[in-house]
Design a protein around this ligand. Structure first.
Ligand code: SF4
Length: 395
């Protein structure tokens, strides 16, 4: 039976990283209280909204994820209040995976104590680079020593599941410095890692600088796309050699430490998102997927109604999602499951595309039933996903 996942967006940061295009910003602490109160209002009307929309919410919650932003900037009192509200509104299982994103160097002892007390089981650190000059170049405020000390503190507080994010392609990164970061990550003993290839968004400070050829954020020193792809590919082999197997395009874990919450997104299991720019997917009574979300405008969120009206996906959209979300996972997409959910004839319509992509070396059959991206397919994943979007309509 499906369980529910809950995502809470906490969009507050101490400073803005140069590459960041998320709906996050630097706000005075007075806003924190108002924002949490606003989220609590939304938590309180969830069941009513779900009934109005004919949505079926699973009874039990088995994952909660506080992302952002830098949720660890909230005060201990706000964490306690938020978790009390969550447990009042939802049946949070004692075994639930509860993740909080933290920035190294921005986790006060009293906050860490509150996280442990609130039942947090997992911390995800946005390290991005363990090379101090690289972290500084992208606007991170920590050093390697601080990041490692924070990982140790979290584990000493009894929160054993720790994830570290790294970015391949930060300004001035070299193959040697990339291996240095990967080596520190592996030696730190964390059980999960996320590796992202830098994408320079025009709306980030780095992107704006690239457009005007400036020098402040070292945009001219961002490695070329093919070099970034090489760094990513080398990370996959390196991490596998250190017990962290790839299970999704950007995610790596020791066996059993995969992110339960994030798996819901790729497996199309139900989740609710609260706060700024948060997305939700739940099922209607007839089984159709309902997607809805909130604004990415901070003031509008504080004043507004929370979720916008839901959109009911048609069968064709659901099938497309099954492909482009499922193919992100190394386990791939089961044709047998698709036949059950849609129909054998619908799956047959995709066989020629699968054959072509297999011929191009972009996907492969894992066993007789599952189709998965190859290593090359992961690098060209958007092209592969696009090929599945062009298929005929699902009846
Ligand atoms: S801490 Fe995260 S959300 Fe905040 S600016 Fe940096 S990357 Fe963006």
């Amino acid at each position: 039976m499906d369980m529910l996942g809950i995502y809470l967006s906490v969009p507050f940061c101490r400073s803005k990283c140069t590459f960041c295009n998320f709906a996050s910003g630097v706000f005075p602490a007075e806003y924190h209280d108002r924002y949490i109160a606003r989220m609590e209002e939304d938590l309180g009307v969830t069941r009513k909204r779900a009934r109005q929309w004919g949505a079926v919410l699973p009874q039990a919650v088995d994952s909660i994820y506080l992302g952002g932003g830098t949720p660890s900037l909230l005060s201990p009192a706000l964490f306690r209040r938020l978790f009390t509200s969550l447990r009042r509104e939802f049946a949070v299982l004692p075994t639930a995976e509860i993740t909080v994103e933290c920035a190294p160097g921005q986790l006060e002892p009293a906050v860490l104590e509150a996280l442990a007390e609130c039942g947090v089981t997992r911390v995800s650190f946005g390290v991005q680079s363990f090379v101090d000059s690289e972290a500084r170049a992208i606007g991170r405020l920590h050093t390697r020593a601080v990041a490692l000390e924070d990982i140790r503190r979290v584990q000493a507080a009894g929160i054993n599941d720790v994830s570290v994010d790294l970015i391949a392609g930060v300004p001035a990164q070299t193959v040697e410095s990339w291996y240095e970061s990967l080596g520190v990550l592996a030696d730190s003993g964390v059980d999960h890692a996320s590796i992202y290839m830098l994408e320079v968004d025009d709306e980030s400070r780095l992107g704006r600088e690239l457009l005007v050829n400036g020098g402040r954020y070292r945009a001219q020193e961002v490695p070329a796309d093919d070099e970034v792809a090489d760094l990513y590919t080398e990370a996959i082999a390196f991490l596998a050699g250190h017990g962290l197997a790839q299970y999704e395009i950007s995610n790596f874990a020791r066996s059993g430490s995969e992110s339960r919450h994030n798996l819901k997104y790729w497996r199309r299991q139900p989740y609710l998102g609260f706060g700024l720019d948060a997305h939700s997917m739940v099922r209607a009574h007839a089984g159709a997927a309902l997607r809805f979300g909130t604004t990415d405008d901070f003031d509008a969120y504080l004043e507004g109604p929370g979720w916008g009206e839901p959109r009911r996906l048609d069968r064709e959209e659901e099938m497309e999602e099954a492909w482009f979300l499922g193919l992100r996972l190394n386990e791939g997409v089961s044709l047998g499951s698709l036949r059950k959910e849609f129909s054998a004839s619908v799956v047959r319509e995709f066989l020629s595309t699968i054959g072509e992509l297999e011929g191009d070396g972009l996907i492969a059959f894992v066993d007789g039933d599952r189709v998965a991206l190859t290593a090359r397919g992961r690098l060209l994943s958007n092209d592969v996903f696009g090929r599945f979007l062009a298929e005929p309509a699902v009846a």
